[in-house]
Design a protein around this ligand. Sequence first.
Ligand code: NDP
Ligand code: HSE
Length: 420
Amino acid sequence: MLGCGTVGSQVVRLLGEHAADLQARAGARLELVGIAVRDTAGERAPWVPRELLTDDAAGLVARADVVVELVGGIEPARTLVLQALESGATVVTGNKALLAAHGPALHGAAARGGADLYYEAAVAGAVPVVYGLRESLAGDNVNAVLGIVNGTTNFILDEMATNGLSFDQAVALAQELGYAEADPSADVDGHDAAAKAAILASLAFHTRVSIDDVPVTGIRDVTAEQMAQAAESGHVIKLLAVARLNRDARGISVRVHPALLPATHPLAAVRGAFNAVVVEAESAGRLMFYGQGAGGAPTASAVLSDVVAAAGHKVHGGHAPRESTYAQLPVLGPESTAARTQVQIGLADEPGTLAAVAGIYGDNGVSIESVHQQRSDDGVARITIISHVSTEAALERTVAGLAEEPRVHEVISVTRVEGE
Ligand code: NDP
Ligand code: HSE
C-alpha cells in the first residue's frame, strides 16, 4: 500500500477484519507486505501494523504483486504507479487527478508491462460506476452521462437550497463537518468533478478524454437568491458533470457546470454529500448509480473490490479490461456543443426593450422557450429567459450581445439548464 490516510487506513482495517472472507473470494490469502507513508513516526490508527510502515515507496513497489496507491496528487504517485505497471504489478488507485491528467501514460505502461489498472474508487467513492461503464455496459452504446460526482459541492448547494445559507456560510459548515478542505478550491471550483468527468467520458465513449478537455464552471457564483428562485420555478441547482454523444457532429461534449434541474429529475433528489450518476444508454435506457462518494470506509469498499478482482486474476488467470479507446471521438468545441441556458437580466422597463432583447436572441439563431418578468418598482425589470436547445457558441454570442445592449442594465446570471 502507498498511503495510509483517510482511505488507506480503512483499507488496512478491512483487510485485517475481513481477511478470511477476502481470501475465500479472491482464492488466495491477501498479504499486506508494506505501507509507504510520508512520516513513519506519525500517529496512526491502532489497527495499522507499525512494523509494515516504510518511507521507501519505490522499494516497496519493487516487491509487490498488487500496489494500492492511495497517496493522491500527481507526484510521487505518477512515478510509483508507472514503476509498478511497467514491472507487471497490478495497480489499484483512487487517484482521479492522476488518471485524468496522465491516463494514456498509465494505460500505456500497463500494456507494456502486461499489468492491470483498476480505479473504481477514483469516481464517486463507493458507487460502482466505473465497473458499470467499463463492464456492465460494455455491450451497449452510451448516449449521455450526467453526474453529481462531488459530495462537498452537493452538500454546499443543498444547504443553500434547503436552509437558505449563503455560499460562504455553507462552505464554512462543510469545513466544520469535515467535507471540505481548509482550501476548498478543488471542490468548489469544479476541478475534482472535472477529473471525474474526464474518466467517466473516457469509459462511456471509448475515447481518451483528459481533464484539459473539460471546460469547468464551479459554484462560487451561485447565490442563495438564485437557489430560492430555482425552487419557485420547480427546479434545483446542482453541480453536474455532463458528457454527451452528439451523433450528428460525430463527437462528444464534456463539461462541469452548475445547472438548473427540474425537481422531478432523479438527480434533484440527491441530497447532502451523496453522489449519483445517471447513464442514458441506447438499449438499457436510463440507469442511476447512487451512494456515498467519499469517506474512508465507503471509498475503501471500492478499493477492496478492485483488490479482490486483481487477486482473483492473479490466482485464476485473466486480466482487467484493457483501456478501450477505439472510437476516438473528437471532443467538440462550443460551435457543436448543444446547450440550454437560463439568463437573468436587469432591463430598462420601457417600451421596446424586451423586443430588443428578443432581437438579440433571434439574431444569434437562439430560440426562446420562456420569458418571465418580475414586477419592477425602480424602472429596472428583472427578466428571466430560458432558451431552447442551441449551441454553446450561439448562447455565448447572445449573452455577449445582451451585455453590449445599452438598455440591458446588467446580466445578472447565466445558468445551464439540464434534464428536460
Ligand atoms: P490522505 O491525505 O488522507 O492520505 C494520503 C496518504 O499518503 C498519507 O498516509 C500520507 O502519508 C501518504 N503520502 C503523502 N505523500 C507521500 C509520499 N511522498 N510518499 C509516501 N506516502 C505519502 O488522502 P486520502 O486517503 O483522502 O486520499 C487518497 C486517495 O484517494 C486520493 O487520490 C484521493 O483523491 C482518493 N479518494 C479519496 C476520497 C476520500 O473520501 N478521502 C474519496 C475518493 C477518492 P502520511 O500519513 O505520513 O502523511
Ligand atoms: N472531495 C471529494 C468530494 C471526494 O467532495 O466528493 C474525493 O473525490
